[in-house]
Ligand binder design. Structure first.
Ligand code: FAD
Length: 349
C-alpha cells in the first residue's frame, strides 16, 4: 500500500479531506491533473461566502435565525421529490443536508476559526429565493464573508497541505490525472492514471493534456473530490433537466476548464451510484469577461452595499442594506405588485 488514503482533486474538498486525514494521524496522497499554480481549485476564484446559522455576526446585524428556519429554507430550496422506494435518489441528499445544517448551526463556526479562516462582520444575502420561510432560498441573510474572500477560505488549507507535505505525511502529486479507480472485491483500492507534461499556464488557464507517463497507486481508501461539470458544456447539455426544455446552443462558463466532470463517469465505471444528474448548480455568471482566463469565461457583477435603491420598474426598493447576489430574475420584493416583505432583519449602516 502506498498510503492510507488517496484523494483525487486538490480543490477545497480534497484539501479539507487531506487536513482531516492528517489530523487523524494518517497518510494521504493528493493527486491533481493541474500544476501547483492551481492548488485550491475553484475556491481560489470564489467569493468564499460561508453558510452559517444563528451566528454572532447575524445577531449583531439584528438577523434572527435558527436551525429550524434554516432547515425549512434548505428543504424549500432542495424540493426533494425523489424520496419514495427502497433506495430513493434523494435519500442521502436529505440526510447530508440535515447534517450540514446542523453543522452550520453548531460547530462549523468554531471549526472554520480553528482552521484559520477569519470572518468579516459582513453577512450577505445570497440565494434569497422568494424571501419567504416557506418557499425556496434563504429567508434571512446567511452568507458570511471571510477576510480575503475565496483566497481567505482556501489559504489555510493549501498552507496545511504544504506543511503536512513538508512533514512527509501528505504527498501532493501535481499533473497526475486519474483515469481509473482500481477495484478489488467490490472495494476501491487505488487509482491509475496519466502523468501530464509540466505546464507553466497561469492559474485558471487551460493547461496541456500531453501525457508523458503513467502511474498506479494503492491505498486503504479512495476519495473522489474532483469538482463539478461546468467546464464541459456537452456534459451540461447531456444532463440538462427536461423541465427546462432544450439547452441553449451557446453558453458561458463560470469555472476553469479543469472542472471537466470526467471523474464522475470514471467513478461510475468503478461502481459508484450516481444520483440526480439532472440537478446541477451553475452560477448565473451572465457577463462575458472582457479578458478571459479560461474558455468562455463569464463573470457576475455583485451590487455594492446600499441603503436604498430602485426596483426594476422604477419604484423604491425598501430592502435593508444587506449585500445580495441576485440571480437571473429580480428578487421577489422587487417584482411588480409585491410590497416590501416583512422580515426579521434590520438594516446596517
Ligand atoms: C466565481 C466563483 C464564485 C464562487 N463563490 C462561492 C461562494 O461565495 N460560496 C460558496 O460556498 N461557493 C462558491 N463557489 C463554489 C465553490 O468555490 C466550489 O463549489 C468549490 O470550490 C468546489 O471545490 P471542489 O474541491 O469540490 O472542486 P474544485 O475546486 O473544482 O477542485 C477539483 C479538483 O479536482 C481536479 N480533478 C478533476 N478531475 C481530476 C482527475 N481525473 N484527476 C486528477 N485531478 C482531477 C481538478 O483539477 C481540480 O483541481 C464559487 C465558485 C466560483 C467559480
Amino acid at each position: 500500500m502506498d498510503t492510507d488514503v488517496i484523494i483525487v482533486g486538490a480543490g477545497l474538498s480534497g484539501l479539507v479531506a487531506a487536513r482531516e486525514i492528517h489530523r487523524a494521524g494518517l497518510r494521504a496522497v493528493v493527486i491533481d491533473q493541474e500544476g501547483p499554480q492551481d492548488l485550491g481549485g475553484q475556491a481560489w476564484w470564489s467569493f468564499g461566502g460561508l453558510f452559517l446559522v444563528d451566528s454572532p455576526e447575524q445577531r449583531r446585524l439584528g438577523v434572527r435565525d435558527s436551525f429550524d428556519l434554516a432547515w425549512q429554507d434548505w428543504r424549500g430550496s432542495a424540493a426533494w421529490d425523489r424520496l419514495d422506494g427502497d433506495h430513493p435518489e434523494d435519500e442521502w441528499a436529505e440526510r447530508w443536508g440535515r447534517a450540514y445544517v446542523e453543522f452550520a448551526a453548531g460547530e462549523k463556526r468554531e471549526w472554520i476559526r480553528e482552521a484559520g479562516i477569519e470572518l468579516t462582520p459582513v453577512v450577505g444575502w445570497a440565494e434569497r429565493g422568494d424571501l419567504t420561510a416557506s418557499g425556496h432560498g434563504n429567508s434571512v441573510p446567511r452568507f458570511h464573508v471571510p477576510w480575503g474572500t475565496g483566497t481567505g477560505v482556501i489559504g489555510p488549507f493549501t498552507s496545511a497541505a504544504q506543511a503536512a507535505e513538508a512533514e512527509g505525511r501528505t504527498r501532493l502529486l501535481h499533473r497526475h490525472r486519474c483515469d481509473g479507480i482500481l477495484v478489488e472485491d467490490g472495494k476501491a483500492v487505488g487509482v491509475r492514471g496519466s502523468v501530464l507534461a509540466p505546464d507553466s499556464n497561469a492559474r485558471g488557464a487551460v493547461s496541456s493534456r500531453e501525457v508523458v507517463g503513467d502511474f498506479e497507486l494503492r491505498a486503504g481508501a479512495v476519495i473522489v473530490a474532483s469538482g463539478g461539470i461546468g467546464g464541459d458544456h456537452e456534459l451540461v447539455r447531456k444532463f440538462w433537466p427536461e423541465r427546462l426544455g432544450t439547452p441553449p446552443r451557446a453558453m458561458v462558463t463560470g469555472v476553469p476548464a479543469y472542472v471537466d466532470g470526467r471523474m464522475i463517469g470514471i467513478a461510475q465505471q468503478a461502481g459508484a451510484r450516481l444520483v440526480n444528474r439532472d440537478r446541477m448548480w451553475h452560477y448565473t455568471e451572465g457577463v462575458r469577461n472582457w479578458n478571459p482566463v479560461w474558455p468562455g469565461h463569464a463573470i457576475r457583477i455583485l451590487p455594492g452595499r446600499r441603503r436604498s435603491g430602485s426596483t426594476h420598474w422604477g419604484g423604491a426598493c425598501r430592502l435593508p442594506a444587506f449585500r445580495a447576489t441576485t440571480r437571473s430574475r429580480p428578487c421577489a420584493c422587487c417584482a411588480p405588485g409585491r410590497t416590501s416583505p416583512s422580515t426579521t432583519i434590520r438594516g446596517s449602516s
